[in-house]
Design a binder for this molecule. Sequence first.
Ligand code: G1P
Length: 289
Amino acid sequence: MKKINKVLIPIAGYGSRMFPETLGVVKAMLPLVDKPVILYLIEEALLAGMNEIIIVMSKSQESVKDYLTLKDEALFTKFKDKAEVKYLKELLAKVKFDFIIQTEQKGLGDAINCGKEIIKDEDFGVILGDNPILAHSGEAFGIGQLYNEYQKNPGYYIGVKEVPMEDTKKYGIVSGKDYHLTSFELDGMVEKPQNNPPTNCAALGRYILQSSIFDYLAKTEAGVGGEIQITDAIKKAIGKEKVYGTKLIGNCHDTGSRNGFVIANLDYAMERNDVKDQLLSFIENDYKL
Ligand code: G1P
């Protein structure tokens, strides 16, 4: 059984669906209650035992590197006894970070390709920077859920979930004859089909990829939106590699969109004993739900 240590988290996108906020703040640094999205993603990677994290960012996002490397020493010294500071230091001490600049924002496929020199011939995970997952069951979720499948049967794994048919045009959509099962082999994948989606199983921000993906990416031309799409590279792998879809458990959020961001905040707030009661009583009193 191969151990996967590396996870790539691409965050360079403009976050244009969250303007004007993301004209000044990196999308992955938006808070869910009081913690930036990226910390939830890092926690998820660590839970899966993957502690080498490759952040692919744009050159204007150095603030993320400063945050994750605790650059403001004076601040961390001044508040060293605060529980939140201890939490952050302890969490980040468990990670070996690499920060890579994606010079042009040419799509998710290009962002993943930026990790090639560090990843070399290893299999690796990918967690999209605006797709936190909140699972209530205590089971492995997100990249850990895919990794459990990979350990039983190595291959490419795409985390998917069924979405309403009318939403399929927003996602990478997978197909496979057993697509109604929890885990199934893919026979196709298409990026944001504008009509005739093959299924309603959408890729929702988690991938385990084998290093052969870099060969397929090298042959992948710009696709939807003029961008290099990871979906198109995975499509090339289908038939040559073992490529599976796994239905993700938990609530898969999209913090890159307005409604998704607000809903995610509500979901994460309801998890918090120090926030939940006041929030519920406000909703009950003011909205008479
Ligand atoms: C990207 C991927 C798409 C996937 C989606 C999940 O699209 O290209 O296949 O379904 O993330 O969030 P984006 O939302 O960046 O346009």
